[in-house]
Every structure is written in structure tokens, then in C-alpha cells.
Write a protein that binds this ligand. Structure first.
Ligand code: NIG
Ligand code: FE
Length: 417
């Protein structure tokens, strides 16, 4: 593998600093190098600095490398998407129309659509079909400058299909350039066959599914949809505590549709992150700040459901580390565009462009335990790098709805452009 030498970047945004969640004013510190340069070799960043600094260090080895002229362009870390439901079967465009005609997300789900519809289609798909469908979506992530993606199961809601989804993701992590970090989410919904006997489904989850997932090493995190009409805070706590005993780190879909104590529960169980949080209470936000739970905010979902976005600005001001994500899923957010999400974070949650970029890189990496490898450009970290057809990070977010990716490198290999 030939080294890659990027030179003359108009703006090289490194986000260098501590490999940990950035809060408050730290979320505005981008560590920008003008006329920036990066040398990547063997999948890692070997040197980073100004072009003249790297000329001194590596000028003699220029003939060995693929030299890339980044004049006039922005270079950033590969974006990180810390919350997706990317490995699913089928599609739900009909529900899109139903919602435009007035049905709500929960009405559709309670009538057997929504998560239940995708569960049926995912149960019907073979593992190979899931791999093929998900490959197309991961390719689309890469095309939008996203090099690390979290993926949840939760469209099986039975042991066999949950394992099929997680095994498909394992194969993709091994074969696709993207790092795909797996989360078990058997607690995504109570399957229709358990309607009226919810506790029995939770028994199955706790006694059979979680131990099997942990034994096969198929997931790092355990997530639950704590929502009115789905899992109560008490049921959610039981599921998350059972996962913790098996080494699975808690995550929680919290306070998305109604204020339900999800943020408070995230703090109580020591979740690495709490997701959505559209209706999180002020006390819940305070507790998250105090206990270091990362808020993973999903403004594309809010837009798609025509809900008011989470209070991202207030959360940052309250000391919560904020990450952002597409929530890529077939119902409430069928997108793979993190640049769009960064723009929406600015427009609908009043983050600054600098905060949105940190939320989509370092804080996103922290929300999935990947901060030692990705999320910033520093010597020794993975060479996940994006060169954009804009000259600065504000322009990246200001010119919205357009894909500005020029070249994407994953572990030092050009995978796009
Ligand atoms: O994060 N809120 C619950 N789960 C997903 C949606 C899943 C679906 O509609 O298929 C979410 O938005
Ligand atoms: Fe989700």
C-alpha cells in the first residue's frame, strides 16, 4: 500500500486534543491548520502539520507516495455516525405518504406498521440479502464522508433474526471499508406475537437473547426504546441492567415522543449515550451533564416526523457533550447524509458549525467508544480522512443539501472519489 501525502489544504480541521467527549466551549475548538498537510501510511496518520513542516519531514520520500494537492479545499476527519438501524429488510415509502396524510408514527406502529413492518421484512430476508441491502447503504455513507457507523439490530425481535442481523453486520464490518460498530436492540419493540404478554418477551430477551448475543460477541452495546406504549422506564432498566451484567454497555432511545424519564434513566444506569431526547426534561438534562451521558441528537428524525428538534443549544450550555447522527432507518429517518444532519443541527438546534462538526466527529466517536481510533486527525490514529469541495468548515454546512465530498480515505486507502 503506497503512502498518501495530502498537501496545501486551505483548511485542515484536526479536532486534535483529548480523546474524550468535548463539552461547552471545547465543542468550538477545531485545531485548524492553514495550508495543512497529512502523511498517511500503513492505515495510520504518521505526520500532520503545515505543508512546509511536512516538506522537511517527508520531502525526500515524496516519490514513494500518492501526492494529493488539496489547494483551495477543506480536509477533515472522516465523519462518525453513532446511531443507525442500517441493517434492515424492505422499505416503507407507503408510510411516508400515510404520515403526510395525517397518521402519526405511533399510530402506524400500533396498527402493525412501522417497526413491526420492517421486522416482518427483515425476518423474511436471508443473511446474504441483508448483507447486500446494507452494503448499498454503507456505500452511500462513505459517499457522504462517513467512515465509521454504529448499527443496531432490533428488526428481528426473535432470537434467530436478531442474530441474523448482528451476524450480517459482523460480516460487513469485516468486508466493507466502513467500521461498523454493533449494538443489540432486541428492546426496540414488543413483537406482535407477544402483544398482551410483554413481560414474557422481556424474559426471553433477558434470559435467552442477551446471553446468546454476549456469548457470540456480536454486540458492544445494548439499546432499548423507552417510550410510552413501547417499554416503560422500569422495563427498560431491567433490560439494560441485564445487558450490563453480560458486559454490554447501555444506550437508550429516550424521551423521543413523550417525556418519560428516559434521560433520568440514562444517568441512573450509566448509559454511554441517550438518543433522541426531543422531550427530555430539564432535570434529565442536568443529570446527564452531571453523570457524563452523551446526548446523541437526531435532527433529521425530528424534521422527518415534523417534530420540534431536541434542545441541542440548551444541552451544550448545560454542560452535556452532544453528538449528532442520522438515525438511518426505514421509517423515521431514511438518510445516510451526515453533512445534512450537521446543517440541521445548526438550523434546528442552533449549534454553531464548529459545534456541529465536533458533534459529528469526536463526540460521535465517544458515543460508540471509538475515540482512541477515530474522530480526530492525530499521529497514530486511523487515517480516516475526507477532502471536500469547499474551502472551509462553515461553507461545508452553509451550502446545504449538496454532497461536497471530493475524496474519502479509510485507513489510508482511497475508497471514494
Ligand atoms: O430511532 N425510535 C425508535 N426507533 C427508530 C425508528 C425505527 C423505525 O421506524 O423503523 C428511531 O427513530
Ligand atoms: Fe434510533
Amino acid at each position: 500500500m503506497r503512502p498518501v501525502w495530502i498537501k496545501n489544504a486551505a483548511q485542515l480541521v484536526t479536532i486534535a486534543g483529548e480523546n474524550g467527549p468535548r463539552r461547552q466551549e471545547q465543542m468550538s475548538e477545531l485545531s485548524i491548520i492553514q495550508d495543512g498537510s497529512v502523511w498517511m501510511e500503513n492505515g495510520e496518520i504518521l505526520a500532520i502539520g503545515t505543508t512546509s513542516e511536512l516538506e522537511v519531514l517527508y520531502g525526500k520520500r515524496a516519490h514513494e507516495a500518492d501526492v494529493v494537492d488539496a489547494s483551495g479545499r477543506l480536509v477533515t476527519p472522516g465523519l462518525v455516525d453513532p446511531h443507525t438501524h442500517v441493517a434492515y429488510g424492505g422499505s416503507r415509502e407507503k408510510e411516508f405518504e400515510m404520515r403526510l396524510e395525517g397518521s402519526t408514527y405511533m399510530e402506524i406502529m400500533n396498527a402493525g406498521g412501522g417497526i413491526h413492518a420492517t421486522t416482518r421484512m427483515t425476518r423474511e430476508a436471508t443473511e446474504d440479502e441483508l448483507v447486500a441491502q446494507t452494503t448499498r447503504r454503507l456505500d452511500s455513507f462513505l459517499a457522504h464522508g462517513v467512515t465509521t457507523v454504529e448499527g443496531k439490530s432490533g428488526y428481528g425481535l426473535d432470537l434467530e433474526t436478531e442474530l441474523k442481523q448482528l451476524r450480517a453486520m459482523k460480516r460487513l464490518n469485516e468486508t466493507h471499508p466502513i467500521d461498523l460498530v454493533p449494538t443489540f436492540m432486541g428492546g426496540h419493540a414488543v413483537p406482535q406475537e407477544y402483544k398482551g404478554s410483554e413481560e414474557q418477551y422481556i424474559d426471553l430477551l433477558v434470559n435467552d437473547m442477551l446471553p446468546k448475543v454476549a456469548e457470540e460477541g456480536l454486540a458492544v452495546f445494548n439499546d432499548v426504546f423507552c417510550e410510552v406504549g413501547v417499554f416503560t422506564p422500569e422495563q427498560s432498566e431491567r433490560i439494560l441492567e441485564a445487558g450490563k451484567k453480560l458486559g454490554l454497555i447501555p444506550k437508550i432511545h429516550a424521551d423521543e415522543i413523550e417525556s418519560y424519564g428516559g434521560a433520568e434513566l440514562a444517568a441512573k444506569v450509566g448509559a454511554i449515550s441517550a438518543e433522541h431526547l426531543l422531550k427530555a426534561s430539564d432535570e434529565g438534562v442536568r443529570l446527564m451533564a452531571e453523570s457524563g451521558v452523551i446526548a446523541c441528537l437526531l435532527p433529521a428524525t425530528a424534521l422527518y416526523l415534523r417534530e420540534e428538534a431536541a434542545k441541542g443549544r440548551a444541552m451544550i450550555d448545560a454542560g452535556v457533550a452532544v453528538a449528532i447522527s442520522t438515525d438511518c432507518n426505514p421509517g423515521s429517518s431514511p438518510t445516510t447524509s451526515m453533512p445534512l444532519v450537521m446543517n440541521l443541527a445548526c438550523i434546528s438546534m442552533r449549534l454553531t458549525p464548529a459545534e456541529a462538526l465536533v458533534a459529528a466527529t469526536m463526540n460521535a466517536a465517544c458515543a460508540i467508544g471509538m475515540e482512541e481510533k477515530v474522530g480526530s486527525l492525530e499521529v497514530g490514529k486511523q487515517a480516516d480522512v475526507v477532502m471536500w469541495n469547499v474551502s472551509n468548515y462553515q461553507e461545508l454546512q452553509y451550502l446545504f443539501g449538496v454532497n461536497h465530498v471530493n475524496i474519502v480515505w479509510k485507513k489510508g486507502v482511497q475508497v471514494m472519489g
